[in-house]
Design a protein around this ligand. Structure first.
Ligand code: MSS
Length: 366
């Protein structure tokens, strides 16, 4: 597979053949490269940075990295080494960019034209946010958001609000949140937010702030542009503003991963159609697959380990396919009973596209 653009230095260790490099800050996983175990291999996990990542120097002494905690009764800072003494939790999550699937929107929203690959399922390990709050004397009264600030350096002379990555999530969302230093059993690399990253399970990618340097419990949402204007569900043609919902909780979504290469015909006969299915805020319960563009559906079998409600499940349907053309679609229903819709929820920037129709894949069987 040839890539139009090379991997940037901080992501050189990714498996180039599995990735589509849109830019140095936007790199997605190819549809056929997620693997079938349920866990996305680290060298194939997508990368998205809103601004260039900090220098690799911040990884020299990861345990010495400091995070400031405020909006608590006893504001203080913690080194990663100190955090490691406060508690330990692992959580399997789907990490998915808000813009994943944007490339299927007809109105061509601005932003990276992601298809399916700005997502992966990985296991993060760190300390529960609740344990950190406790170690800082408890949350201060009346706080409604957790506001986390990324560790990127802000170029002198710029208003930080225009460029910094600072995101607020409602405190109701932090029940299972962690500050993570490990991913899939390995030290968290810079590309994915090392030395320390916020993970808010179930919440869209942007809320999982990398190289986090400040966690604040606040009464208001961050004044940063990335919170106020970007990542909002505004109608097509309308700029994002705080009156529109912020991109927080994710929706149920699935797609077929194999077979998916339109260039390589599939051999007629028994074909194992497989893919990944996430439930959003509750577990993926049922997956249906269609081979004729959504006219008829058959229930698929869930595969792989059940890694909890924030993870995705593999699925498979065995189908006997004669030579011809097929449109493979999948549709997940979560434990709350919400099904993946046929149509995308239209919005200006093409966020959170979970339309099963948009995510179909055409294959040739010969
Ligand atoms: N963080 C920081 N600090 N910075 C940046 O830029 N981005 C976001 C998150 N976080 C950022 C952060 C986004 S946007 C996303 S998706 C994510 O991250 C990704 O991750 P990875 O690891 O994959 O790269 Mo969209 O919604």
């Amino acid at each position: 597979v040839s890539n139009a653009k090379p991997l940037p230095p901080y992501a050189k260790w990714k498996d180039a053949d599995s990735m589509i490099v849109h830019s140095a800050n936007t790199i997605e996983t190819r549809r056929n490269a997620f693997g079938s175990s349920g866990i996305t291999p680290l060298d194939r996990l997508y990368i998205r940075n809103n601004i260039s990542p900090p220098s690799e120097d911040i990884m020299k002494e990861p345990d010495a990295w400091k995070v400031e905690v405020s909006g608590v009764k006893s504001p203080r800072s913690f080194t990663v080494a100190e955090l490691k003494s406060l508690g330990l939790a692992s959580v399997a999550v789907v990490l998915q960019c808000s813009g994943n699937g944007r490339g299927f929107s007809e109105h061509k929203p601005s932003g990276t034209q992601w298809t399916v690959g700005a997502a992966g399922c990985v296991i993060f390990t760190g300390v529960p946010v609740k344990a950190v709050i406790e170690a800082a004397g408890g949350m201060a009264d009346g706080m409604t958001y957790m506001t986390s600030t990324g560790g990127e350096e802000i170029p002198a002379g710029l208003d930080p609000n225009t460029i910094m990555v600072e995101r607020s999530v409602p405190v109701s969302g932090i029940e299972d949140a962690i500050l993570a230093w490990e991913i899939n059993g390995e030290p968290l690399p810079l590309a994915h937010g090392g030395p320390l990253r916020v993970i808010v399970p179930g919440y869209a990618g942007v809320n999982n702030v990398k190289y986090v340097k400040h966690v604040a419990f606040t009464k208001e949402q961050s004044p940063a542009k990335i919170q106020q204007g970007s990542y909002r569900f505004s109608p097509i043609g309308v700029k994002g503003t705080p009156e529109f919902d912020s991109i927080w909780e994710m929706d149920p979504k699935s797609w077929v991963t194999l077979p998916s290469d339109p260039e390589t015909p599939v051999k007629a006969g028994r074909v194992q159609i497989s893919g990944v299915a996430m439930g959003g805020m509750s577990e993926a319960k049922k997956v249906e697959v269609s081979v004729n563009g959504g006219k008829d559906w058959q229930e698929a079998q869930l595969t792989g380990p059940d890694l909890g409600k924030y993870a995705w499940r593999g699925f498979v349907l065995a189908a006997d396919l004669k030579p011809g053309k097929y449109q493979l679609a999948s549709r997940v229903t979560n434990a709350d009973g919400t099904s993946q819709p046929e149509m995308r929820k239209e919005n200006n920037r093409g966020y959170m596209n979970n339309s099963w129709r948009d995510h179909m894949v055409a294959i040739d069987v010969a």
